[in-house]
Design a protein. Structure first.
Length: 337
């Protein structure tokens, strides 16, 4: 058993979601920790050296977590990817970017990052996109880490519980960014409290509710359904401590954006964001993560550099209108128990 108890980490009832790609930088994780929440670093997309540098930047007196992407073994339709690449060429040319050749193999340096965390153990380690091996969970817990697994259904919760994890992050389809689903099941059709209640009926582990939480009432409803804490991502995107790029930061307050929607257009994996023109033009992107993520990377970066929200991912949850320009401490206080 991990030496860390849920009440040690979830005292305020607020967890800052690990948002890979920039927002969840050390400044945000530390600010959330100082405010009584649990901050997270997003280990996804980073090299082991970059993750180590972020660990160096953290205050060792503050508990924090690190999230890792578990690489999958899905079969990729290479012909579909190559056809999609051809369709991306004019989009990239419009912003002066290139579309690289497909990177068919990429494990996000997962083994090296695991080794790093086993040597420099944070208070919590969470996994998404897949499940770690049983021995990995045991080794992290033996080293003193509190281990969490992202799940999107009672069925996934049962699988994760059998691995011996300490808690589950219960992610609703309304969550911003990528879905953490790892079983081939339809998205949950009920509300977040209903999903929490369904998972609570399936397992006895502590639960952290995530997805579409835009108000304190949303958070209270998730806790009433059985969650020990809520995990917020979009609510922190407009804070000064977050590393949110300026295009996304502005889009979150722009009345032109009227809805969020799930898309595979940017990465080849379902993810929710503010609906823009690129998403509408490519509703049929193939399932090929992270190959498509790397294909669209240069055009997304060029769109941001040009100050345009039209050809970049604007990850945000369904409760994005609740995101305010306020400090991370204010967010924690606003959603705390």
């Amino acid at each position: 058993m991990s030496a860390i108890l849920p009440e040690d980490l979830f005292g305020s009832g607020v967890v800052a979601a690990p948002m890979a790609g920039g927002p969840s930088r050390p400044e945000l994780a530390a600010a959330v920790g100082r405010a009584g929440g649990l901050g997270f670093l997003g280990g996804g997309y980073k090299s082991p050296a970059a993750l180590a540098a972020e660990l160096d930047a953290m205050d060792p007196s503050l508990p924090f977590g690190v999230n890792l992407f578990v690489p999958g073994a899905a079969q990729i339709d290479r012909d579909a990817v190559l056809a999609y690449r051809e369709r991306l060429l004019p989009e990239a040319a419009a912003v002066g970017a290139e579309v690289p050749e497909p990177r068919w193999e990429d494990d996000d340096a997962y083994p090296a990052k695991l080794e790093l965390l086993l040597g420099r153990v944070p208070a919590a380690v969470s996994f998404t996109f897949g499940t770690p091996r049983l021995d990995v969970v045991a080794a992290l817990r033996k080293a003193g880490a509190f281990v969490l697994q992202t799940v999107t259904s009672p069925e996934e919760a049962t699988v994760a519980a059998e691995l011996g994890v300490d808690a589950l992050v219960v992610q609703h389809p309304d969550a911003g960014g990528h879905s953490g689903a790892f079983l081939d099941l339809p998205p949950f059709s009920g509300t977040l409290p209903e999903l929490v209640a369904a998972v609570r009926a399936a397992v006895v582990l502590p639960l952290v509710a995530a997805g579409g939480i835009g108000t304190h009432d949303d958070a209270a409803a998730a806790r009433a359904a059985g969650a020990s804490a809520v995990q917020l991502g979009t609510a922190f995107l407009r804070t000064p401590e977050a590393g949110t790029n300026p295009v996304l930061r502005a889009a979150l307050a722009d009345p032109r954006f009227e809805r969020t929607a799930p898309t595979r257009a940017f990465s080849g994996k379902w993810a929710r964001g503010l609906e823009n023109g690129f998403m509408r033009r490519f509703p049929d992107a193939p399932e090929a993560y992270p190959v498509i993520h790397h294909l669209t990377g240069p055009l997304r970066a060029a769109s941001v550099a040009a100050g345009s929200p039209e050809r970049t991912n604007l990850w945000a949850g369904a409760g994005w209108r609740g995101a305010r320009e306020e400090t991370a401490a204010d967010v924690v206080a606003r959603f705390a128990v």
